[in-house]
Design a protein around this ligand. Structure first.
Ligand SMILES: [Zn+2]
Length: 272
């Protein structure tokens, strides 16, 4: 079975002792594609360096909503040139997190808008993180409003990014109509081990309706271990657990789904 991990932070410290061995194990497990997203200045630099050393791995450049308030204009200006690196295939991860709220909401919104402008400028898709407070959908609704205000889903964006989706909702979580509206804007959706948690039942419904060419899976390593994976540290090879769950929801053969995932990944990253 060929697989992709559209979101695994292999450049981070938990992988310092055995990064190359983890990558080798992923390849043995069938991982044909891995995207290593940056989420702050340090991990954006390190992600590109890892992709360059590994070969056959992609990265991205961005500021997570958790640290939005820490990145001032000077830090953003320093980060900006990295987005032009061919190995940085996407902008993010960024987004909104009103659950933990480590940065004030105005800082998160300003950070998101910078990324939207950068995606437009570089013609690269966004990687979006979105978490609302428990039992609410405030972050999802505001994220959709921000995407709409920036024109995502319009003909202008389609012209700008060509065949590539304007964004991926990474580690999808949220109500079904949120997924539907993002799909209407042309976004891709990626599922992680989060789908196995209680309260994530809507994800099963959304997994059924995502068009195959915009469907992705991920680990969000080292986080979100699916059932069977070590809780202390998730790795790309465990993406198979989530991929099989998606195949079951869609009534598809896992191997055929794996091939479709590789095609969708190549479309998203512009590798196709
Ligand atoms: Zn992440």
């Amino acid at each position: 079975m060929r697989l992709v991990d559209s979101h695994g932070h292999l450049q981070t410290r938990p992988f310092d002792p055995d990064r190359d061995a983890v990558l080798a194990a992923a390849r043995v497990a069938g991982l044909a594609r891995i995207l290593v997203p940056g989420f702050d200045p340090r991990t954006s630099v390190d992600g590109i360096a890892f992709a360059r050393a590994a070969g056959d791995v992609e990265s991205s450049v961005g500021i997570h909503p958790h640290v939005a308030a820490e990145v001032d204009d000077a830090a953003w200006a320093a980060l900006r040139p990295l987005a032009d690196d061919p190995l940085a295939v996407a902008i993010g991860e960024t987004g909104l997190d009103y659950d933990r709220g480590f940065s004030p909401r105005p800082a998160q919104l300003a950070n998101l808008r910078r990324h939207l402008a950068l995606a437009w400028e570089t013609r690269k898709p966004l990687i979006l993180h979105c978490r609302s407070r428990a039992g609410e959908r405030d972050a999802q609704d505001e994220l959709l409003a921000e995407l709409a205000a920036a024109g995502v889903g319009s003909g202008d964006w389609r012209e700008r990014l060509g065949d590539r989706p304007p964004a991926v909702l990474h580690s999808f979580s949220g109500p079904v109509d949120y997924g539907e509206r993002a799909l209407t804007m042309g976004c891709a959706i990626s599922f992680s081990g989060l789908v196995f948690r209680a309260g994530e039942e809507a994800s099963a419904e959304v997994a059924r309706i995502v068009p195959a060419d915009r469907l992705l899976v991920e680990t969000d390593s080292p986080y979100l271990s699916p059932p069977g994976a070590p809780r202390r540290r998730n790795e790309p090879r465990w993406v198979e657990v989530t991929a099989r769950w998606v195949a079951e929801r869609r009534g598809e053969d896992p191997d055929a789904l794996g091939e479709a995932l590789v095609r969708a990944y190549d479309r998203f990253t512009g590798r196709a």
